[in-house]
Ligand binder design. Structure first.
Ligand SMILES: C[S@@+](CC[C@H](N)C(=O)[O-])C[C@H]1O[C@@H](n2cnc3c(N)ncnc32)[C@H](O)[C@@H]1O
Length: 295
């Protein structure tokens, strides 16, 4: 079976390669296709390559200054930070991160971490360790804790990040400086629960991945229901039963309204990061409604 799959993937890749795409996994669910990546597809002409850096700097500067004023320190050099990020991408580490963060998430996670410069970074949902490594590179002085209920896929445990094979709620962080701490939730666990847990532990700056609005839940087979986006924007709808189709599955969720309302009250600010995956075509499928949430 494995050999047959390999032959099928090879044949399909011959077909999609001219379009800059690559099939990296063929499972019982959806076929995963990786488009061009920043380490293997880029303008070799320096002037043209700089145009992309300029464009991405403009997008990030506008977002931070308009939507997250005060998060980046005065004088934060967006152009230099974007260049740093792109050079990390170019070194080609962990290119196949299907199931984890792609270009879009990595871009915003890197810039947010650089802007905030936290002393403490917490990640819930480590998988292969792609974003843990990114945090290590973005914040060389931060203490990093990565939590995953299954660390079996983790590729490199030798960095600075400390990994724990259990839910983050079981860990005692002691006294947290809310202005100097960042939590990234990428574990598909109920965002209402995560918001209340983060508040109880004294955190303020959060990033939620896989955070679709109510009417785009169809993009997921297993979101952290209710999502932070739903809590912030969608609680006025009748949510007693939410149903959608995910490929060949019918999905039903029932909202715990008391928990949802308590969690919605905790959100002081909710900002979805603008799409940089589609416009660059670096992992167009990696756009995931990633959002910064201040509580
Ligand atoms: C999307 S992956 C994380 C990807 C990673 N952050 C990245 O961007 O490369 C989701 C991970 O969440 C983990 N997970 C599931 N439930 C969890 C929980 N309660 N606490 C922490 N991690 C959990 C899964 O085992 C899986 O490895």
């Amino acid at each position: 079976m494995f050999v047959v799959k390999k032959i099928v993937v090879k044949a399909l890749n011959a077909l999609v390669r001219p379009f800059g795409a690559k099939i990296v996994k063929l499972g019982s669910g959806p076929v995963f296709i990786a488009g061009p990546g920043p380490s293997d597809c880029y303008m070799a002409n320096e002037e043209l390559s700089k145009m992309l850096l300029d464009e991405l700097s403009d997008v990030s500067r506008a977002f931070f200054l308009q939507r997250l004023p005060g998060l980046a320190p005065t004088g934060f050099d967006f152009r230099a930070e974007v260049e740093k990020f792109m050079s990390i991408c170019r070194d080609g580490q962990q290119q196949n991160n299907v199931g984890g963060s792609g270009f879009h998430n990595s871009f915003w996670i890197f810039l947010t971490a650089r802007a905030l410069d936290p002393e403490l970074i917490v990640e819930s949902g480590v998988f292969k360790g792609h974003t843990s490594k990114l945090f290590e590179r973005a914040c060389p002085n931060a203490t990093i804790h990565g939590f995953d209920i299954n660390l079996g896929k983790l590729e490199d445990k030798t960095g600075r990040a400390q990994f724990h094979e259990y839910d983050w709620s079981c860990f005692d962080f002691g006294k947290v400086n809310p202005n100097k701490a960042l939590v990234f939730f990428d574990c598909h666990v109920n965002h209402a629960r995560r918001l209340l847990e983060a508040q109880a532990r004294g955190f303020k700056h959060l990033i939620f991945d896989d955070n679709p609005p109510l009417h785009k839940l169809y993009a997921y087979g297993r979101p952290g229901f209710p999502t932070a986006n739903m809590l912030h924007n969608g609680l006025s709808a009748d949510l007693s039963e939410v149903r959608w189709r995910w490929h060949d599955k019918q999905i039903d969720y029932t909202l715990n309204r008391a928990e949802a309302e308590a969690a919605a009250k905790v959100i002081a600010q909710h900002e979805v990061y603008p799409d940089v995956a589609g416009p660059t075509r670096y992992g167009a499928l990696s756009y995931s409604f990633l959002a910064y949430v201040r509580i």
